[in-house]
Design a protein around this ligand. Structure first.
Ligand SMILES: Cc1ncc(COP(=O)(O)O)c(C=O)c1O
Length: 364
């Protein structure tokens, strides 16, 4: 059932009291959320059509379904891309999005590469803020350390039978409350370096967040998990000699002796917003930040390895297996630099440290 936007967007009207986060019944205690898709109050939908050449006014829909033509280009040709970002409640019950314009920017580069209409920062931000405002009760309270995860999705919804861009597109922003992944503290995982599959071709679509990249990674992930590896590291597909990134997170290596934060520079790695934030924090901590090609042989030099991304922020990786070789990083404990980077970024997100870089966008 569709509800008109003005009624549900009232929470953002000037002078309106901001609804309180954490008032909805999510079926489990706020501290038990994990990372799964739970029902919320509404999602935002906008439509672009070649007839108007413009995006429609956003509407809020309460039913989590969308009707698309069976010939939709997203279904046949994978003309689809998405984003992931979080909104955090602070102790004073205000709610803030973390770096949403960086997601807007990345969505535009994904849209451009897959020939879809782009959204301005303003449109993206207004849809994201509306989605948070309509789901304010589902924003986990500050004390739970959780967040409201937003998934903006752009796809070709109009029919084509030959390979061509669609004449109609949907932009959807859905929300789900997620928990503090590390409520028991950070814990290191074992990873595997993938050599039987590639994630991205050198001049392909690895640097954009298109849906097909993730379909291609499902089988390697299932096989990796069956072998006891919860996380997979991909190399460059041309030579398999340079480190690229994990399935859904960027690679960071810490060389403590050199006080260096190293992360791969490659045209087929997704520019992670968490990585950019951690790079800035590392600089604030006085570290040297090197964004450059990372030869596989350099894995021997790292004291700590981190997989970083919005969902979990940082995953400490304490060993990586490549055939018969096992690269070890530090002990079984979480490295001190990893801990400090994690602590600092979480404090900014939760409003417990000053937002010196202007990363928070207040919803209300
Ligand atoms: C392939 C890939 N790399 C890196 C990331 C991390 O990016 P971010 O920190 O913006 O979530 C993600 C998740 O979006 C991803 O899917």
């Amino acid at each position: 059932m569709a509800a008109p936007l003005p009624a549900l967007s009232n929470p953002l009207a000037p002078g309106s009291p901001c609804p309180l986060p954490g008032t909805a019944d999510v079926g489990v205690p706020w501290t038990e959320l994990g990372f799964s898709l739970r029902p919320t109050a509404a999602h935002v939908v906008m439509t672009w059509s070649e007839d108007t050449g413009a995006w429609s006014e956003p509407t809020l829909e309460s039913e989590p379904y969308i009707k698309v033509h069976i010939g939709a280009t997203a279904l046949h040709y994978g003309q689809a891309c998405f984003e992931g970002l979080k909104a955090f409640a602070h102790d004073d019950s205000s709610v803030h999005l973390f770096r949403p314009t960086a997601n807007a920017n990345r969505l535009r580069s994904s849209a451009k590469r897959t020939v879809m209409p782009e959204l301005t920062d303003e449109l993206f931000l207004s849809a994201a803020r509306t989605c948070v405002a309509a789901n304010m009760g589902y924003v986990p309270p500050a004390s739970s350390n959780g967040a409201l995860y937003l998934r903006p999705l752009l796809f070709g919804s109009g029919p084509r039978i030959g390979l061509q861009p669609s004449g109609e597109y949907k932009f959807v922003v859905l929300a789900t409350p997620v928990g503090d992944y590390y409520k028991g503290g950070l814990s290191p995982v074992r990873g595997k370096v993938v050599t039987e599959y590639d994630r991205a071709a050198p001049r392909g679509v690895g640097a954009v967040k298109v849906a097909g990249n993730y379909a291609a990674d499902l089988l390697p992930n299932i096989e990796g998990k069956a072998d006891g590896f919860p996380i997979l590291l991909y190399l460059d597909s041309a030579t398999q000699s340079v480190v690229e990134e994990f399935s859904t997170s960027n690679f960071i290596g810490i060389n403590r002796e050199k006080n260096e934060f190293v992360t791969p520079k490659s045209p087929s790695v997704l520019p992670s917003i968490t990585n950019l934030s951690l790079q800035q924090i590392a600089k604030d901590m006085g570290m040297t930040v090197s964004v450059r090609p990372v030869p596989l042989s350099e894995l021997d030099d790292f004291d700590e390895v981190i997989a970083c991304g919005t969902a979990v922020v940082v995953t400490p990786v304490n060993e990586l297996t490549l055939g018969d070789k096992v690269y070890k990083f530090g002990s079984d404990e979480v490295g001190e630099v990893t801990m400090e980077l994690y602590r600092r970024v979480r404090e900014i997100q939760q409003g417990k440290a000053p937002d010196n870089h202007g990363w928070l966008e207040k919803v209300c």
